[in-house]
Design a protein around this ligand. Structure first.
Ligand code: BGC
Length: 442
């Protein structure tokens, strides 16, 4: 059989994504350090510790691997608490260190996409109410001005805030993230302040760099009615979509934040994204659950018979990627998949999961939808927040005790795709033969 091939658009960006706290190690001045030291908050009391030792210099090995394996971009983040260790103190040495890392990435041929806020807040802000404090957007703006001022000759591709939706629901509704609250009033306030922080960051970046590309990374969760014929399920699914998937992004279009049963007009948010960033992992079925006020009248579960990830965290549902892209397409802006991946220490599902999700990306690129890049989460195993080291999302494994990087089969799978800017039948036969017929029906 001749080799069939699914080509991606010319100039497509191929990369992996990381976040400062998850890879750097030694971040002891932020809310997550406080959280891991509070009893019972992080899986088995595990510590972030040295993480992947990027601060100590091992970013080089990981980015060299990424570049050698055909990637042409990398999404990384900078740590606010390093740059502004106290409200009245800036650390220019930390910024210089970031310049060194970013210069290193560029030298390797990796275009940097830089996230300014990826879940962590400086301890001084955390202790002063975090983003519930109405001064937080102003503090964030000051940090952004400082950081962008120092880095704008190297970076023109920015993510202001990673997953405000996860930050708010995990920290102020579910309670898995600091500060571990369950308080809808606080959740609304934090969402609104993050929105203001984002809008301020967008404006500051564009003042310094009129041509910059600025967006945020949206955690798109797929929601499907459990019983499509049952109006209460359909209604509650719409409600989940509106509050989780639409709230922040719609406010960037019309300035109105509708979230947690509240509404507020934040005019400065209008028109503050140049691209849509999507982090897609999985999808839920949603059923109406009467009396379950705390769960917003919803029961959410994975579709029966789903192929599950190693720790049951993710159901492999590629059609959710298509739903995410469809959702993103309506904003009429360039789209980047800013994260996608699966925890899989044995690498049994990752090759298939990745190829299936990329096949969906390829499909919509063929409708001429403006999808321009893909960042796999992640290059190397890293500290998975409250799940700590129990989940392994890396193309490369990490042996924590020695910092040794372990090459998983997925490294070659992803390298083949990046190098050829395509998924070929040959690749699928080699890396995920079990889905060959699905991808290349005869
Ligand atoms: C976050 C990452 C995290 C990944 C996998 C995303 O929600 O942005 O920081 O590691 O999910 O859990």
């Amino acid at each position: 059989m001749p080799d069939a091939i699914y080509h991606f658009p010319q100039g497509f960006l191929w990369g992996t994504a990381t976040a400062a706290h998850q890879v750097e190690g030694g971040n002891t001045n932020n809310n997550w350090y406080a959280w891991e030291n509070a009893p019972g908050r992080v899986f088995q009391g595990q510590k972030c510790g040295l993480a992947c030792d990027w601060w100590g210099g091992r970013w080089k090995e990981d980015l060299e691997n990424a570049a050698r394996d055909g990637q042409n971009t990398h999404r990384l983040s900078i740590e606010w608490s390093r740059i502004q260790p106290r409200p009245d103190q800036w650390d220019d040495g930390a910024l210089e260190h970031y310049r060194h890392i970013i210069r290193g990435a560029i030298k390797l041929g990796l275009k940097p996409m830089l996230t300014l806020h990826h879940f962590t807040d400086p301890l001084w802000l955390y202790e002063d109410g975090g983003w519930e404090n109405d001064a937080a957007p102003k503090y964030f703006a000051e940090y952004v001005r400082k950081a962008v001022g120092a880095l704008h000759d190297l970076v023109d591709f920015w993510v202001t805030i990673n997953e405000p939706d996860v930050y708010v629901t995990s920290g102020y509704v579910g309670g898995d993230f600091p500060p571990g609250k369950n308080d809808l009033g606080a959740a609304f306030k934090v969402m609104r302040n993050l929105l203001k922080g984002h809008a301020a960051a967008y404006k500051i970046i564009h003042e310094m760099q009129p041509d910059a590309q600025v967006g945020y990374a949206k955690n798109y969760r797929g929601f499907e009615a459990a019983r499509a014929w049952f109006p209460p399920d359909v209604w509650i699914t719409r409600f989940n979509n509106a509050s989780y998937n639409d709230a922040f992004s719609n406010a960037l279009v019309n300035g109105t934040l509708k979230f947690a049963l509240k509404k507020e007009f934040v005019p400065e948010a209008i028109g503050t994204q140049d691209f849509v960033g999507i982090n897609y992992y999985t999808l839920d079925k949603v059923a109406f659950k009467p009396f379950a006020v705390k769960d917003v009248f919803s029961r959410r579960f994975y579709p029966a018979d789903s192929e599950m990830s190693e720790t049951g965290f993710i159901a492999n549902i590629p059609r959710g990627m298509t739903a995410a892209l469809k959702w993103a397409h309506k904003f009429n802006l360039p789209i980047y998949i800013t994260e996608n991946g699966v925890e899989d220490s044995k690498d049994t599902l990752r090759p298939q999961y990745t190829i299936q999700h990329l096949h969906e990306v390829w499909r919509v690129a063929n409708f001429n939808w403006n999808v321009r890049g893909y960042y796999h989460w992640s290059q190397v195993d890293n500290f998975e927040w409250e799940r700590a080291w129990s989940q392994r999302f890396g193309l490369w494994g990490l042996e924590l005790e020695t910092q040794r990087r372990i090459r998983r089969p997925s490294v070659d799978m992803y390298a083949d795709i990046c190098r050829q800017n395509a998924i070929s039948s040959d690749m699928v036969r080699k890396h995920a033969p079990q889905i060959f017929n699905q991808l290349f029906p005869s």
